[in-house]
Design a protein around this ligand. Structure first.
Ligand SMILES: Cc1ncc(COP(=O)(O)O)c(C=O)c1O
Length: 395
């Protein structure tokens, strides 16, 4: 490697280390579950995974993946339109559409790919995108790729600002309002009823990325849209199969037939990147079936969220308010969040600290994520660790 370049990278990394913001990878040697074995820390309780329903190590989900491997082999060795579409892709896509109440759906290897494929495909010259400022990075990057469209950001969940921005882009077509369903770093829900109302008034379409809402929100886990009783009212839903729905990987776009056909024809990750591995398609399909047969998992997740939030409050912590399975505790500087995460890990609790640039400077946080499979005993043990570590002073 070019020595000067290597030196520059090393100096940048040293600066991260000096600032206490350097991220270290932890190595897990057992399946993702409420408790895992970690090379660096031994057996730990996981409060950092998106395994909201605990389906990542559900036997039916694992078995389906194994059967997929036996039946289809390792993968498609191709992009979808060349020769990369197996029948299970169609079955999964029909199942996702039925699950979410849309007429069609299309899978991608990740929701990152879905979001970065979506916006440039539907928003050309003359279009406008109005996006919540705290949307996930994949929406932000997707919107950036729609470089010919007019792009506006509205203040987080500020409906007056959204309306002002919609007013400003009148005349564009299409006008697209983009929002997370559950905001990944805040854990709060988008104000979808208001957003849908404003979108109707301004002739805009609504895109909801419900990656952290799917499997979590709503009585049956169909997400933030079900939570608000808005099934059938959202033009485009994107989401991941890499969180509640099996946790392997994969994402999707769900919406109308013409939208999905357009994505097949023109969306670049579909045209230039391999299909979702069939093992993952099979296990994700099994995860949706399992969730449909076990709605009590969603109820248990909601109970666990309430129990853990209550426990944190009793210890004097002040997590951000919210109804989702994400419970963030603001600690201030990035180094404080990383230090708290390290202290918790030494006490057998794995919960990641997030700092700049993932969240705005000065709002670093510990992000607790709950799972339906955590037992009361595990949650009590985790709360005892939070008690020992103590509340950091917000700097
Ligand atoms: C809101 C949101 N959208 C998209 C993604 C990306 O999902 P994937 O891992 O499937 O690329 C995430 C992952 O963290 C997310 O939180």
């Amino acid at each position: 490697m070019n020595a000067k370049f290597e030196e520059k990278l090393t100096a940048d990394l040293d600066a991260l280390k000096a600032a206490g913001t350097y991220k270290r990878l932890r190595h897990i040697t057992t399946p993702m579950a409420p408790e895992v074995h970690m090379e660096e820390a031994g057996d730990v309780i996981v409060l950092s995974s998106n395994n909201y329903l605990g389906l990542a190590d559900q036997p039916e989900v694992i078995e389906a993946g194994k059967r997929g491997l036996d039946r289809y082999g390792a993968g498609t060795a191709s992009v979808r339109f060349i020769c990369g579409t197996f029948d299970v892709h169609r079955t999964l896509e029909e199942r996702i559409a039925r699950f979410l109440g849309t007429s069609a759906a299309l899978t991608y290897v990740s929701c990152w790919n879905a979001n970065t494929g979506l916006f440039p495909t539907i928003c050309d010259e003359g279009a406008a995108i109005v996006s919540d400022e705290l949307n996930h990075a994949s929406i932000i990057d997707g919107v950036r790729l729609a470089s010919k469209a007019r792009r506006e950001r509205f203040r987080h969940s500020d409906m007056r600002d959204l309306e002002a921005k919609l007013h400003a882009v009148q005349g564009a077509f299409p006008i697209v309002v983009a929002t997370d369903g559950v905001f990944s770093m805040e854990g709060d829900l988008a104000k979808l009823p208001d957003i849908v109302g404003l979108a109707k008034r301004y002739g805009a379409i609504v895109v909801v990325d419900d990656s952290h809402g799917t499997g979590v929100m709503g009585k049956t886990g169909r997400g933030t849209i079900e939570h608000y009783g808005l099934t059938g009212e959202i033009d485009i839903i994107t989401g991941t199969l890499g969180k509640a729905l099996g946790g392997a990987a994969g994402g999707f776009i769900a919406g109308g037939d013409a939208l999905i056909d357009t994505m097949i024809q023109r969306s670049r990750p579909q045209l230039f990147s391999n299909a979702l591995p069939t093992t993952v398609a099979c296990s994700a399909l099994a995860a949706i079936e399992y969730l449909d047969a076990h709605p009590e998992l969603v109820r248990r997740l909601h109970e666990n969220v309430a129990y853990f939030r209550d426990g944190l409050l009793r210890l004097g912590y002040h997590p951000l308010e919210g109804e989702s399975a994400i419970v963030p505790i603001i600690v201030g500087e990035t180094a404080a969040a990383i230090a708290m995460s390290d202290k918790l890990l030494r006490r057998g609790v794995f919960v990641t600290g997030f700092g700049y640039p993932v969240v705005p400077e000065g709002t670093a946080r510990i992000r607790v994520q709950m799972s339906a499979k955590l037992t009361r005993e595990e949650m009590d043990r985790a709360l005892a660790a939070f008690k020992q570590v103590g509340i950091p002073k917000v700097t």
